[in-house]
Design a binder for this molecule. Structure first.
Ligand code: IPE
Ligand code: IPE
Ligand code: MG
Length: 252
């Protein structure tokens, strides 16, 4: 492997899987003396633009962090408004996503979402299940630690029922139980809004992701910034513990 080696055979240097922490909506609104929800609303346009740009560049998987396990701690009014916005965005965007051959999947603690939103989520997943284009994962009520604990619970259940032997548990069997089971790990993590932290996003899956941070606030993020992140990614040498020289030798 080397800097010039493609991750995806068809698209040299394009990450197969991009994960995004969409942060900065509140500050975007505050800068304009608007209520926080105006920032969340403005952020929907960025989602549309990023989905389109990712698909156009041949990214196969895009995973967006929309609402974390910890975001339940926000004022009730903001949480309620965000849930209404998710519902509204689904109502407005799903048919277009379907037309564009996007396959939608939601990850997170669905039991905490209300019935209307859960119905819409299930409907969107069913409608797009056979699509063969970009695979879009939206993380709502998602926490990386929650995900790992749930996977552990699931593996433990299989051991207790005798389906698997405890000694047979390995990274593969464990990661298959995670919310993104069966999906390759993100190659690139983008975080907008200036913070340089993971905020309990995909703790297991991001083990070897390249990290790209920008001060741009999510509602201002679009095609140009996404392409800057792709350009950054294309210059990285992914060593996975090897030395650079080892990788150069394989290349020759
Ligand atoms: C990200 O924007 C959206 C969610 C976390 C739901 P924020 O609402 O966190 O925006 P800032 O960080 O306060 O600017
Ligand atoms: C992370 O943003 C979660 C999402 C973007 C959905 P936060 O704004 O909640 O993160 P912290 O609290 O600043 O770490
Ligand atoms: Mg924030």
């Amino acid at each position: 492997m080397s800097e010039s080696e493609p991750t995806s055979p068809a698209r040299p240097n394009i990450p197969r899987h991009v994960a995004v922490i969409m942060d900065g909506n509140g500050r975007w609104a505050k800068n304009r003396s608007l209520p926080r929800h105006a920032g969340h609303r403005a952020g929907v346009k960025s989602v549309r633009e990023v989905v389109e740009t990712a698909a156009r560049h041949g990214v196969e998987y895009l995973t967006l962090f929309a609402f974390s396990s910890e975001n339940w701690r926000r004022p009730e009014e903001e949480v309620g408004m965000l849930m209404s916005l998710f519902l509204e965005a689904l109502r407005r965007e799903v048919s277009e996503l379907d037309k564009n051959n996007v396959r939608l999947k939601f990850i997170g603690e669905r039991e905490r979402l209300d019935r209307k939103l859960n119905d819409k989520i299930r409907g969107a997943e069913d409608l797009t299940a056979d699509n063969t284009g970009l695979r879009l994962q939206v993380a709502v009520a998602y926490g990386g630690r929650w995900d790992i604990v749930e996977a552990a619970r699931s593996v433990a259940g299989k051991v207790v029922s005798g389906e698997i032997d405890a000694d047979a548990i390995d990274e593969g069997t464990f990661s298959a139980e995670l919310q993104l089971g069966g999906i390759p790990d993100p190659d690139l993590l983008i975080r907008t809004g200036g913070e340089q932290r993971i905020s309990n996003f995909l703790l297991w899956n991001l083990a070897y992701a390249e990290l790209w941070f920008t001060d741009v606030l999510w509602p201002d993020f679009g095609e140009a910034e996404f392409e800057s992140a792709l350009a950054y990614y294309s210059r990285r040498q992914r060593r996975y513990g090897h030395t650079g020289e080892q990788l150069e030798a394989v290349k020759c």
